[in-house]
Design a protein around this ligand. Structure first.
Ligand code: NAP
Length: 356
C-alpha cells in the first residue's frame, strides 16, 4: 500500500497540463493540491482559466481550484511537481523549483541532455533513475525529464528490436507525421495546418537523433554512456489532432526474422509491468498484422493512450544487409508526455527514489 502524495501541476491549463489533470484526478497515489497557469491568469478558478479541449468534463473537484503563477512559494507542502511549461520559461522555472527542494518531473526540453538528469521511459531505462543521486551537488530537490514525444514513441518501438538484434543496426531513417496538438494549444493557426502538411518542425530532428541514444544508453555511476546509433530524421506536421506517426527504416547487418521481430515487440514488458504500476499498460507495444493499421484516430487511445501501436512490418534484403521497415504510432500528450511522466513518478516512488 503506497501512501498518497500531494502534487502540483505547472502549466495545468495547456494541452499536456489538461492530460495531467485528467490522469491525476483519478489517481489513487496522487492528490492534486495546486495548479499553475501563466501569470496573467493568477487567481482565476481553473474552469475560467482553461480552454478545456481534451473531451469529457473538467473533473469536478478540480474545476473550482484557483490557479497561481508558477512561483515555488505558492506551492509549499507539495511533494511532487509535474511541469508542462513552454520551453522558453521552463528552463528557469523547472530549475527554480528543483533548487527550492521540490521533486520536479518535467516534459519540456531544457536539461534533458544534462549528464545528471534522467531522461525516462520507465519500461526502457528504469536504472537511469540512479542519476538523481548525483543531483544533490546541483539542487536541493530533483529534476527528472520525459523525452520529446516522438523520441518516446520511436524509442519504445526500437527497444524490443535492439534486444533481439543487438549491435546489428547500422542506420535508422525516420519520417514523422506529427499531430497538431504537439505544438501546444496556441502553437499552429488553423490556416497554417488545414488542408496542408508542414515539412519541417524546428529542433525536432536534432532531438530525435540524440535523445534515443541517451535513453538506450548504459548507466555508469554518475552519467549515461550513450548507445551508438545513427539516426536521421525528417519531421513533418500533419492535420491530425492527436497521435504521432513515424515511418521507421532500420538498416540491419546479418539475419533477422520478421516473426521474431513481431514476437519481441508484442512480448515486450518492463519494470512498470512487473510492479503493476497504476499507469502502466499491460502491453507497452501492440503489433498489428492488418495492412491498414495503425491509424491515429483508431489506435492512439490503446490502453488509455499508454501503449504504442506498430504495424506494416516489412523486410527487404541486399547483400549482408536487411532493411526493416515499420510504422509506429503513439499518443503524444499521453505516452509522449503526461502519461509517461506520471508513470515515471510511480516508478520513482516504487523503487524508493522519492524523498519528501
Ligand atoms: N503537446 C505535446 O504533445 C507535448 C508532448 C511532449 C512534450 N511537450 C512539452 O510540454 C510542454 C507543454 O506543452 P503544451 O503542448 O501543453 O503547451 P501549451 O498548450 O502551450 O501549454 C502551456 C502551459 O504553460 C503556461 N504558460 C504559458 N506561458 C507561461 C509563462 N510565461 N509562465 C508560466 N506559465 C506559462 C500556459 O498557461 P496559459 O493557459 O495561462 O497560457 C499553459 O498552462 C512544452 O515544453 C512542450 O514542448 C508537449
Amino acid at each position: 500500500m503506497v501512501e498518497s502524495y500531494d502534487v502540483a501541476i505547472l502549466g495545468s491549463t495547456g494541452l499536456v497540463g489538461q492530460r495531467y489533470v485528467e490522469i491525476l484526478s483519478r489517481h489513487r497515489w496522487f492528490n492534486i493540491v495546486a495548479l499553475s497557469s501563466s501569470p496573467g491568469k493568477h487567481g482565476l478558478r481553473y474552469r475560467d482559466a482553461v480552454s478545456w479541449s481534451i473531451g469529457g468534463d473538467i473533473p469536478e473537484d478540480i474545476a473550482d481550484m484557483k490557479v497561481y503563477s508558477p512561483k515555488p512559494e505558492h506551492f509549499s507542502g507539495v511533494d511532487i511537481v509535474f511541469s508542462a511549461l513552454p520551453t522558453e520559461v521552463a528552463r528557469e522555472i523547472d530549475r527554480g523549483f528543483a533548487d527550492y527542494g521540490f521533486s520536479v518531473f518535467s516534459d519540456s526540453s531544457p536539461y534533458r541532455m544534462d549528464p545528471d538528469v534522467p531522461l525516462m521511459i520507465p519500461e526502457v531505462n528504469p536504472d537511469h533513475l540512479n542519476l538523481v543521486e548525483s543531483q544533490s551537488r546541483r539542487f536541493r530537490g530533483r529534476l527528472i525529464k520525459t523525452p520529446n514525444c516522438t523520441s518516446t514513441v520511436f524509442t519504445l518501438s526500437i527497444k524490443p528490436i535492439i534486444d533481439l538484434v543487438g549491435e546489428g543496426i547500422e542506420m535508422i531513417n525516420l519520417v514523422t507525421m506529427q499531430a497538431i496538438s504537439g505544438a501546444g494549444y496556441s502553437g499552429l493557426s488553423a490556416m497554417a495546418i488545414q488542408d496542408n502538411i508542414i515539412p519541417y518542425i524546428k529542433n525536432e530532428e536534432e532531438k530525435l537523433a540524440e535523445e534515443p541514444r541517451k535513453i538506450l544508453g548504459r548507466f555508469e555511476r554518475d552519467h549515461i554512456e550513450y548507445r551508438k546509433l545513427n539516426i536521421e530524421a525528417v519531421t513533418t506536421r500533419v492535420p491530425v489532432s492527436e497521435g504521432h506517426t513515424i515511418v521507421v527504416e532500420a538498416i540491419v547487418r546479418g539475419d533477422i526474422d520478421l516473426d521474431e521481430i513481431a514476437g519481441s515487440l508484442s512480448k515486450f514488458k518492463g519494470v512498470p509491468q512487473e510492479l503493476k504500476l497504476p499507469t502502466a499498460p499491460r502491453s507497452p507495444v501492440r503489433v498489428y498484422k492488418k495492412i491498414d493499421r495503425p491509424q491515429p484516430r483508431l489506435d492512439r487511445d490503446l490502453e488509455r493512450g499508454m501503449s504504442i501501436a506498430v504495424g506494416r512490418l516489412k523486410l527487404a534484403g541486399f547483400g549482408e544487409y536487411k532493411v526493416l521497415k515499420y510504422i509506429a504510432l503513439g499518443h503524444n500528450t499521453i505516452r509522449g508526455a503526461a502519461g509517461n511522466t506520471v508513470l515515471t513518478a510511480e516508478l520513482a516512488i516504487a523503487l524508493g527514489y522519492m524523498k519528501r
